[in-house]
Design a protein around this ligand. Structure first.
Ligand code: NAG
Ligand code: NAG
Ligand code: NAG
Ligand code: NAG
Ligand code: NAG
Ligand code: NAG
Ligand code: NAG
Length: 570
């Protein structure tokens, strides 16, 4: 046995690519592979197509060049593992983004004009109110398409640095929170943009003030936000949470996170909406990592230490009246996590990855920075969480490898359409620093699940667009060794990754039935535009724990937002 598995490892090693060329009969298990360099620090990342991702950095001296100056945006090609610089107009640093109901990607907000250490970057504009659009583009290289920016005609109502954007039930983006200017560590009352706006705008473009954001200062940057299956929105910031009803503009506070744990920037833990399953699509939220350090504004954060342990706590709540009554259920990870991200996998498990075991987000502000980093003790080993396992046995490290590349502040991570995990960044510095313990990191790495190196199920002949509650079919090719009694079809938004959060990330399982000849599958699209906010989805088929590659499908009418309610009520 050992010799055949060693042999297959040797046989494949020369060709281990991120999208595997020739499947081996024996899985290589989970493994990291480093491939390519991003040229800019990939601190924001969003998958556009099967072959392309957008990555953004700040205009502060990256090696990648465009038209004679430093670039701060790039197209990452998932097939070639190469980057192409984008000539951007505005500073995208610490913005957010997501897809609209018509498939257009929108990047929102960013930073003030930054003065580089030398003057090779003269061109960027203030990005705090920016809207940058990437229209659906069929060119697999993306080279014939471009990022559309026009600060006179396309912009937010408010300046937003460190805000979050999430697609909602009408296919627009809800843009929440942030600061109107750079702050040195956490949000402060004079800079906080404690409001919610939408893009395209609602209410005649007038932002809505948020008491929740007022209450959660100073630890409320990059609020963690999820669109719930009834159209309302769940928000967690600092140690507080609420449900926001967009249609009535009302905030309903929920219980605080237990044990003083705080989870938004600069105390970044992460959060995810757990997979939604038919027939009831009951929403549950998982929040992991962060710190229990106090948030009292009069504390001098220069007394904070990079060695303060991060919390081991995950908190989970079911968002039904009974679940809210029961409150948060606490589970402990094997170690503390700060600046971790939670990645939904096609089989419904959650990968906890990136970040460190102590300290805080940001750089240069704690009393004992480690090569400028406010955090230390990188978490080199990912951790897998099984939401359906009994409490006490949900975390596992079995078979999971370790990397040797720290991914601390300003890193990103996302599931890709081929089903592996892209990892970029970090850079706990104010510009490029190549020496010391945590240098500016351009190496891209993938974490490959075991299914990347075996024969996988495949989906073909599927519709490009489906209506809500529509039955549709796709052809399937299922390797004969897989047990077809376990079949899952997931529709996923892969989210927009930055600052330890994955905005709009979502997994909705669909009812699915294999045909008698096992050559096609009938799938029932999500019931309505509240269960899956209308827009692009990646469809993955998982048989016997082995996932296919994802196929892109537009869910809903495909019209520009705001779209009317579609499908059937729950
Ligand atoms: C890196 O990616 C390229 C392009 O896909 C591929 O040809 C090469 O084999 C990969 N290298 C490794 C080490 O995976
Ligand atoms: C100025 O920028 C260029 C290009 O990024 C870089 O090679 C050079 O080292 C920089 N000089 C200084 C003084 O930072
Ligand atoms: C748009 O950007 C240009 C160049 O940075 C700047 O001069 C102009 O004031 C900006 N206009 C608005 C409305 O922000
Ligand atoms: C924002 O901060 C910068 C310095 O960090 C300052 O120059 C600027 O005037 C501030 N205000 C606005 C509205 O940009
Ligand atoms: C949440 O934080 C606030 C402000 O620091 C504090 O007053 C409150 O006690 C905390 N809640 C819990 C449950 O620890
Ligand atoms: C805060 O978290 C640390 C790390 O988990 C733990 O050791 C400590 O007991 C916690 N303190 C309080 C007051 O809960
Ligand atoms: C999608 O909608 C937005 C907002 O109306 C619009 O700017 C964009 O051009 C639309 N994209 C397509 C492909 O129609």
């Amino acid at each position: 046995m050992w010799s055949s598995s060693i042999f297959s490892r040797l046989a494949v090693i020369g060709a281990i690519s991120t999208t595997l060329a020739s499947p081996s009969p024996v899985s290589l298990g989970w493994y990291f592979v480093q491939n390519g360099t991003s040229g800019i620090v990939a601190l924001e990342a969003i998958v556009l197509t099967e072959t392309l991702m957008l990555i953004f950095d700040r205009p502060l001296g990256d090696p990648l060049k465009i038209n004679g100056h430093d670039a701060w945006g790039g197209l990452w090609n998932l097939e070639t593992n190469q980057v192409t610089a984008l000539d951007m107009k505005s500073n995208s640093f610490c913005g957010s983004g997501g897809f609209l109901s018509n498939g257009t990607m929108v990047s929102t907000g960013g930073d003030n004009v930054e003065l580089p250490p030398n003057q090779t970057i003269p061109t960027e504009g203030d990005g705090r109110m920016a809207i940058r659009m990437w229209e659906p583009c069929d060119d697999p290289t993306g080279l014939s398409c471009s990022l559309l920016e026009n600060n006179e005609t396309l912009h937010l109502a408010k300046r937003r640095w460190y805000s979050t954007s999430t697609r909602i039930f009408d296919g627009s983006l809800m843009v929440i929170g942030g600061s109107n200017n750079q702050s040195s560590f956490w949000n402060t009352p004079d800079l906080a943009e404690n409001s919610i706006e939408f893009w395209p705008s609602k209410d005649g473009g007038v932002p809505r003030p948020s008491e929740f954001l007022e209450r959660t200062i100073p630890v409320n940057l990059f609020p963690r936000v999820f669109a719930l299956p009834d159209g309302k929105v769940f928000v967690v910031a600092n140690n507080q949470s609420m449900i926001y009803d967009i249609e009535t503009n009302t905030e309903t506070p929920l219980p605080d996170l237990p044990n003083g744990v705080r989870v938004t920037n600069p105390f970044d833990g992460s959060a995810t909406l757990l997979p939604l399953s038919p027939p009831d699509f009951v929403p549950e939220v998982l929040v992991c990592g962060g710190t229990n350090t106090s948030d009292q504004l009069d504390l001098d954060f220069h007394t904070f230490s990079s060695q303060h342990p991060a919390t081991e706590q995950c908190s989970r709540i079911k968002l039904t009246p009974e679940g809210i009554e029961q409150g948060w259920e606490v589970e402990l990870m094997p170690e503390g996590h700060i600046m971790n991200e939670l990645i939904l996998m096609p089989d419904g498990k959650v990968m906890i990855i990136n970040g460190g075991q102590s300290g805080y987000a940001a750089y240069g502000t704690v009393m004992d920075v480690v090569s400028n980093s406010n955090a230390d003790h990188p978490n080199f080993k990912p951790l897998l969480y099984s939401p359906d396992a009994p409490i006490g046995s949900r975390f596992t490290r079995e078979g999971l490898p370790a990397t040797d590349i720290p991914r601390l502040y300003h890193s990103s991570v996302t599931l890709t359409p081929s089903g592996n995990i892209f990892i970029g960044g970090s850079n706990p510095h104010g510009g490029e620093v190549l020496d010391g313990e945590f240098p500016s990191e351009y190496r891209i790495e993938y974490l490959n699940p075991p299914y990347m190196t075996v024969s996988r199920p495949a989906l073909t002949n599927f519709p490009e667009r489906v209506n809500f509650n529509q039955r549709f079919s796709a052809d399937v090719d299922i390797p004969g060794n897989l047990d077809i009694s376990s079949v899952q079809v997931a529709l996923m938004d892969l989210g927009f990754s930055t600052h330890s959060f994955h905005a709009s990330s979502r997994l909705v399982f669909a009812e699915a039935k294999l045909s008698r000849d096992k050559k096609s599958i009938e799938v029932l699209a999500p019931p309505n535009n509240r269960v899956y906010p209308p827009g692009p989805a990646w469809m993955f088929l998982t048989v016997d724990g082995v996932s296919s590659t994802g196929k892109k499908i537009l869910v809903g009418s495909g019209e520009a937002p705001p779209v009317a309610d579609q499908g059937v009520p729950l």
